[in-house]
Design a binder for this molecule. Sequence first.
Ligand code: ATP
Length: 329
Amino acid sequence: MKKVAVIVGDGIGPEVVSATVRVLEAMELPLELIPAEMGQDCFRRTGSYLPDVTLDTLKGSDCCLFGAITSPPSYDPTYRSPILFLRKNFDLYANVRPVRRLRKDVGLVDLNLTIVRENTEGMYTGKEREEGDAVILERKVSEHVCRRLVKYAADLAKREGLGEVTCVHKSNALRRSDGLFRKVFFEEMEGTGLQAKELLVDAAAAAMITKPREQACWVTLNLYGDILSDEAAALVGGLGFAPSGNYGDKWALFEPTHGSAPDIAGRGIANPTATLLTAVMMLRFLKMDTEARRLEQAVERAWLDGAMTRDAGGSLSTNEMASAVARRL
Ligand code: ATP
């Protein structure tokens, strides 16, 4: 029995995660789903965004399935994002965001792109300080972090038979920091049998639209990966289609790329596809490949058959979409 900590979080988190849990339960898998909590609702109830009991549950689990959390409405200098804390403290260094179009009439571009994003440093160190009238941000790029990230991306490209990895950087402007990432990329790719390519991040943003490839894998730094993966999601129909996994060496946390979407929360209309595809990634991590494929095919089939949520021009609710997938398992 694998232990999965389930954190629904805030906003649409509870809606998309519950819908996904219902589908997982219908699959009758050897999974023990253990509820845990964090985020703003949790803070209101317990006084903590990430209680110790949640950390204990996470430590005792094989992985976590997480929805989304809402950040505090106003600036609070003591607030630390629980999700950034977990990525950093559980050393979840590789954020994998695959983006694929499920229907020709949803989205704009036939993308099939996996973005492997550095998840622990870069622009997201959270270290900002005021100096005179300026705010100075500490941006960190370290060699060992780049090395393990590139290794992760190369292994993923091999596993998925992609034949190549593209390094996305901005080393023409950020010569030392991005230059280090680029140098490590070419060193680590030597002897992998994969083709090593590179793109400047601005060119990558355009190439996604003008030259979508059959299938590609991009490895990139934290901020670039965050922005590019939102762009990629928009091109295939929106954030409702973008799953993600945060991987460390032994443990992983799976979450849809989208946030808590307060604008549509509580209405039962959020698209659960991103979370269902996130569960596919989670099953693969748990070495349940056949079951992962079974769920993935059910999601693909549901969309091809015309089961569609509102964000994609359909009319199904969150639960109706999940049921449409469950029926096709
Ligand atoms: P947060 O502050 O938690 O990041 P946000 O609204 O700023 O929330 P997202 O949650 O990522 O950011 O949402 C961005 C937009 O995408 C919103 O308009 C939201 O309604 C839409 N959206 C996000 N996820 C979904 C989904 N699963 N289904 C439908 N629309 C979604």
